[in-house]
Design a protein. Structure first.
Length: 319
């Protein structure tokens, strides 16, 4: 009976380890979190498509802006000439408007990179948690076996215990924290920035139409291209005078939406979950002897660095 009690913990850990290695436990957990994972993927897919639809008019405007910005027109009395006349760098007069278009493109490109990366992480989170859980249970199993047959190996046991705890927390990071972070971000996005996206989309659709270079690309004749470019520059100059504030507001709104959706909401959700896990599991796993308190934000670095005891130097009294 005493031997059974001594081997009870190693037997339980060995059973759990076999279940994880065989794929049974990871299959169960995958089925449990499958609805959450699917909702997260649906949210990320919708966000990717929304960003892609915004990139179409902004990309067209950026292409037109690149043509206009690098163009030089030779004009005399309102006519486009191949020689003689006055040289005008047309990009200079539209530079503020072109800068706004460039900022919008950079924001959308960064957003697309973030969303695709987040989708890859969410897709592979469950598969990544499996090996980490195997390492964690293996470390805990070795620790329990050493406790049964070589209890005096305290340093080795402490190392295995901390190693297992860290791997277990990393497995929970991929299995629960990351999916719940995306779910929290999706909830906050739906109730805060979703109405703003419609106005942003409408604004950039209008900008894309104004910057359309269909007439410029429809002809192969250089003189007709120059005429089309001159007319487009005149149109954009008038548009810039009337709609500069609207373009600036649309770009600022886009920046606010992407900042909230891509940085603030994920970090807030992730920070809250890490804070919660730290308070619940840190003492249970023996990584700390205290629960949540007001010093946790100041001691956030304890998640990554184990505090080392201060070294004291012995001093010999002067004789």
């Amino acid at each position: 009976m005493t031997i059974f009690k001594r081997l009870q913990t190693p037997l339980i850990l060995a059973t759990l380890l076999l279940l994880v290695i065989s794929g049974l436990m990871t299959g169960w957990t995958a089925r449990i979190i499958e609805p959450l994972t699917q909702r997260n993927l649906d949210f990320l897919d919708a966000s990717i498509m929304d960003t892609f639809h915004l990139m179409i008019p902004v990309g067209a405007a950026k292409a037109a802006a690149d043509i206009v910005e690098g163009s030089t027109l030779n004009v005399e009395a309102g006519a486009v000439l191949a020689k003689a006349g006055m040289t005008i760098e047309v990009g200079d007069s539209l530079q503020p408007l072109l800068d706004y278009i460039e900022v919008a493109w950079d924001l959308l490109l960064a957003s697309m990179i973030y969303l695709v990366t987040a989708k890859c992480v969410v897709t592979g989170a469950s598969a990544t948690a499996g090996p980490l859980l195997i390492f964690a249970l293996g470390a805990f199993l070795l620790n329990s076996l050493i406790a049964c047959f070589a209890a005096n190996q305290q340093v080795l046991r402490q190392m295995l215990h901390r190693l297992g705890a860290i791997f277990l927390l990393c497995a929970l990071l991929f299995l629960l924290i990351i999916p719940l972070t995306v779910a929290g971000s999706a909830y906050l996005t739906r109730h805060t920035t979703a109405p703003m996206r419609e106005s942003v989309s409408t604004s950039f659709q209008k900008i894309g139409k104004v910057f359309s270079m269909d007439r410029f690309h429809a002809t192969d004749d250089l003189k007709e291209k120059a005429v089309a470019l001159r007319d487009k520059v005149s149109e954009l100059s008038l548009y810039a005078k009337d709609a500069m504030s609207d373009v600036a507001f649309a770009v600022c709104t886009l920046a606010a939406v992407k900042l909230l959706n891509g940085v603030v909401f994920p970090l807030a959700s992730f920070g809250f979950l890490i804070w919660l896990v730290r308070g619940c599991l840190w003492p249970v796993l023996g990584l700390s002897d205290r629960p949540l308190d007001s010093d946790d934000f100041r001691r956030l670095r304890d998640f990554l660095h184990h505090p080392h005891p201060e070294k004291t130097s012995a001093t010999t009294p002067n004789s």
